[in-house]
Design a protein around this ligand. Structure first.
Ligand SMILES: Cc1cc2nc3c(=O)[nH]c(=O)nc-3n(C[C@H](O)[C@H](O)[C@H](O)COP(=O)(O)OP(=O)(O)OC[C@H]3O[C@@H](n4cnc5c(N)ncnc54)[C@H](O)[C@@H]3O)c2cc1C
Length: 392
């Protein structure tokens, strides 16, 4: 039997969260860090992401992480190094009268954290986005800072920078078992065995499998989320804002996509799936028709739009729709980052940074304590003003 390779820290998962954590471990001075990814970098849920980066959150810790991460996205080359595909568009959020109060409360917190916001009249909103109609809308909010990035460019840039800083990035290396022998964690993979005192599990929707290996159940479920792109003759401008439509049952959101298209996703619970690997990419016609109708209501010019593409991706959803990040209670040297509930892309830069700090025994610049796993048992779940859903 060949001897196990050794590391100081093993990170499992090469999505945006695992890669930003590995990068930040190295940036903060950790040596002998290994990242294990069963496929290629960005081979999981991150590849399906709409990658919208907005700071409109009613839960303050989410808002602060989003604000601080947005600063990193918008100066990615200077701060991290490389290309994240960042495009600032601004963010329009529309709602009914019941949404006015929570929206204005979020605006006040955003303002306190340096994000300018405004409640707009329909005429003012048309200046930013000429195709929208607002007859059935009571309140229109706007912030100028939000935008979107490219999930593949961002994740591979983090992985590349991690490598440059000394992380041993192992792709096509699936973790098949983890055993705990006191201080030492033995991680069996499809490419050999590793041992380390510290393991960080960031395997997205597949983190359940890692939990089973050590007898820990992480509280999240997986659901299937559909994204489609629609096109009309007039090109959809790349600088039109990301739009969130709280008046729709699925809380749809849409943003420009290259090729003059609009990309539409949903912020609801989606269809539950037991095994993330069973996820099928195809989007059913009923979904396309329903979303196309909602878009045609918000943008009448889209009444005869063509659907040009569709795909599905997994959300890992915790009971309060917020991530679990930090030490695994009762297991020294084990850490987890899972359950991003549809908003992990925009939070990944400072979640990775904060988790790396905590792994190294330091205080995080942006606290990750609100995301501790024990919050559920302690009755300290994070509940947002908009109810459940990825807007919280
Ligand atoms: C359709 C869709 C749209 C979204 N839109 C947005 C958005 O607009 N804005 C936003 O902020 N968030 C969005 N999200 C959420 C966001 O993309 C995710 O929260 C985030 O990408 C999760 O990253 P991750 O690194 O935790 O997981 P993943 O990207 O899934 O990475 C986990 C990795 O672990 C690997 N892995 C699994 N098991 C093993 C194993 N045994 N051994 C080794 N490796 C393993 C997988 O192959 C995978 O690469 C969206 C998600 C989806 C699905």
């Amino acid at each position: 039997m060949s001897k196990a390779s050794t590391a100081d820290i093993i990170v499992i998962g090469g999505g945006v969260v695992g890669c930003s954590t590995a990068y930040d471990l190295a940036r903060q001075g950790a040596k002998n860090v290994v990242l294990l990814e069963r496929k290629a970098i960005c081979g999981g849920g991150t590849a399906k992401s709409c990658a919208i980066v907005r700071t409109h959150y009613s839960i303050e810790s989410n808002l602060v992480h989003a604000v601080e991460s947005l600063k990193i996205f918008s100066h990615f080359d200077e701060v991290v190094g490389g290309e994240a595909g960042w495009r600032r568009t601004g963010y329009l959020i529309v709602g009914s009268e019941t949404h006015r109060e929570p929206m204005e409360a979020v605006f006040r917190t955003q303002n306190a954290h340096g994000i300018d916001t405004a409640v707009l009249t329909p005429a003012e909103a048309h200046e930013f986005h000429p195709l929208l109609q607002f007859d059935d809308v009571a309140v229109i909010g706007y912030d100028s800072q939000a935008g979107y990035a490219d999930p593949y460019l961002t994740t591979t840039a983090y992985a590349r920078r991690a490598k440059e800083l000394g992380v041993d990035v192992r792709t096509h290396t699936a973790v098949t078992n983890i055993t705990l022998n006191g201080q030492t964690k033995t991680v069996a993979t499809s490419q050999g065995v590793w041992e380390a005192p510290v393991v960080v599990m960031a395997a997205g929707p597949w983190t359940h499998n890692l939990g089973q290996m050590i007898g820990v159940e992480f509280p999240y479920v997986v659901s299937r989320h559909k994204v489609i792109t629609l096109q009309i003759e007039r090109p959809y401008a790349l600088d039109w804002p990301v739009v969130k439509d709280l008046t729709t049952p699925d809380k749809i959101y849409f943003r420009p996509e290259t090729g003059g298209m609009v990309l539409v996703g949903t912020g609801d619970h989606g269809d539950p799936i037991e095994y993330p690997d069973s996820l099928k990419d195809a989007v059913d016609d009923a979904h396309i028709e329903r979303i196309a109708d909602l878009i045609a209501n918000r943008m009448p010019a889209f009444a005869d739009a063509q659907c040009t593409a569709g795909w599905t991706g997994p959300y890992d959803i915790t009971p309060d729709w917020n991530p679990i990040v930090g030490p695994v209670p009762g297991y020294e040297g084990l850490f987890v980052a899972v359950g991003f509930s549809g908003h992990g892309f925009k939070l990944a830069p400072t979640i990775g940074e904060g988790l790396a700090s905590v792994v190294l025994g330091r205080e995080a610049r942006v606290s990750i304590t609100p995301y501790r796993m024990e919050r559920f048992a302690a009755g300290e779940a994070l509940h947002g003003a908009y109810g459940i859903g990825s807007i919280s």
